[in-house]
Design a protein. Structure first.
Length: 182
């Protein structure tokens, strides 16, 4: 089993490389801080969504196992959680997927300069699609299905990113202009 420590180690290495690069090129301190926070945030997202990785060669990849780990019917998982009636599961699974991507939506316009909302929406959708596709591919490669590739996760992650974009737009214009200038 590969633990999430590997994600944190890689994230810290990327952060140090970024800090050395930004210091060497004398970048704006505000931009350095925002991108550094983004690197730490993405490290946490990767750790949460991919780890631990397990490898079990005794598992056989069967089509029925694959169909249980690839859920393409919207809200199928949500309905099953609601039917369980456990508020903790509902909050962690549904709320967690929304909350996890709110910072992505907030920081994205601070890092990537583009005035078109469609561009940001595309990137906000690309993140959960990448996560869910990667979880499925890793499950197939490692012959384990610790994670489920679920369309509900894509929907809720996208919703969280859109909430983040809306929060960014609600920030005072003076603050947004200062961040954008950097």
């Amino acid at each position: 089993m590969i633990s999430e420590a590997i994600a944190y180690i890689v994230g810290i290495v990327i952060l140090f490389v970024w800090l050395i690069y930004s210091h060497k090129n004398k970048l704006n301190p505000t931009r350095i801080m925002i991108i550094s926070i983004f690197i730490l945030y993405m490290t946490a997202v990767i750790s949460i969504t991919f780890f631990p990785l397990t490898y079990d060669p005794s598992l056989k990849l069967a089509s029925d196992v694959l169909s249980q780990r690839l859920i393409l019917t919207p809200f199928q998982t949500t309905i099953s959680y609601v039917c369980l009636g456990n508020p903790f599961v509902i909050f962690v699974q549904l709320g967690g997927n929304i909350i996890m991507t709110i910072p992505f939506g907030i920081m994205l316009p601070m890092i990537v300069k583009n005035k078109k909302i469609c561009f940001y929406l595309l990137l906000v959708l690309a993140l959960p699609l990448f996560i869910e596709t990667s979880q499925l591919v890793l499950g197939i490669i490692l012959q384990t299905f610790y994670r489920t590739a679920d369309i509900d996760d894509v929907i809720y992650n996208f919703l969280g990113g859109m909430i983040g974009l809306a929060i960014y737009k609600l920030l005072p214009k003076k603050f947004r202009n200062r961040i954008s200038a950097n």
